[in-house]
Design a protein around this ligand. Structure first.
Ligand code: SAH
Length: 286
């Protein structure tokens, strides 16, 4: 290796490419991929950005080879290369970003060392899928992955129960795969202990890809539909409602205001919501 090569500080882009469609990949993600000499990613994601990869070196591998992929990307960038490690959605949401830091930690890497890290955000599945369903995330929500490949099931079950008890809208990533079908059934059972059977449930398969499929159903019936590796499941809170085939969780404006913009009796704008307002009789309350 020549002097310049050995001293060149590499760049490692960790890039979320969004749900799939070109238009939902950010200009920053496109620029990162354009700048990279080497692009590393899971086969399906490489296929989604193939049109951007002319003349670049590509390392792709199957789903279970994440550690190898992350190490290959980090090592090439450490040695002076410009590398883009790509994940679907956002690389920091059930993606490769965390693993990159774990690899760097084992290498005793410091912030000023090679490679320079550039983490590029993307539209994560819970957001892209929500947009196809309407507005299910306008109030508190959480994301839970049902994959027990790296997390013990009792831990996942406890989180589902806590989310159900807390009345969060729940986004389930990795709900099922060919071999893994039990978890979503268990999740339904746990959540049904806290919510009505009529609670809206949205299923989005392959959102913003050519085989996109969107279903709006409810807690009692959603298991009757196909749910697989490419599905995100969104389970409403006790306030979520359906309207014209959309799934909507209200932000709460009507707890305080009337439709013609007046403040409800006993409430005050820009102040905490009053739980049991006194019946209003004064000027101020109009
Ligand atoms: N980093 C990704 C998530 C990877 S985990 C992100 O931020 O979106 C993989 C899971 O993400 C899938 O099992 C599915 O639940 C969800 N997912 C990813 N892309 C999706 C899409 N286009 N449509 C629906 N769900 C998707």
């Amino acid at each position: 290796m020549s002097e310049t090569e050995s001293t060149r500080r590499g760049i490692l882009y960790v890039v979320g490419i969004g749900p799939g469609a070109k238009d939902h990949c950010t200009p920053a993600a496109l620029a990162a991929i354009a700048d990279a000499e080497l692009v590393v990613g899971y086969n399906t994601y490489i296929a989604l950005v193939r049109h951007l990869l002319d003349g670049k070196e590509i390392v792709r591998s199957g789903m279970t080879e994440e550690i190898g992929r992350a190490r290959a990307a980090v090592e090439r960038a450490r040695d002076g290369g410009k590398v883009a490690l790509i994940s679907s959605g956002d690389a920091g949401v059930y993606g490769m970003a965390g693993l990159v830091f774990e690899v760097l930690r084992t290498m005793n890497w410091k912030r000023d060392d090679s490679p320079e890290l550039r983490i590029v955000p993307g539209i994560t599945a819970i957001s892209s899928c929500a947009s196809l369903l309407g507005a299910p995330l306008t109030h508190d929500f959480c994301a839970i992955s049902l994959s027990d490949l790296l997390t013990p099931w009792p831990v996942i079950a406890r989180r589902i129960e806590a989310a159900a008890y807390g009345d969060f809208v729940i986004g389930l990533y990795n709900p099922a795969s060919g071999r893994r079908t039990r978890q979503i059934v268990e999740a339904q059972k746990i959540i049904a202990g806290y919510r009505e059977g009529s609670t809206p449930v949205g299923l989005v398969k392959s959102g913003y890809r050519s085989i996109q499929n969107v279903v709006l159903t409810d807690l009692d019936h959603f298991l009757e539909y196909e749910i697989g590796m490419l599905t995100t499941v969104l389970i409403g809170s006790s306030n979520t409602f359906c309207f014209e085939g959309y799934m909507v969780t209200p932000r709460g404006y009507t707890n305080k205001y009337t439709w013609d913009g007046r403040v409800l009796p006993g409430q005050r704008p820009a102040r905490s919501l009053v739980l049991e307002p006194e019946p209003a009789t004064t000027e101020e309350s109009r």
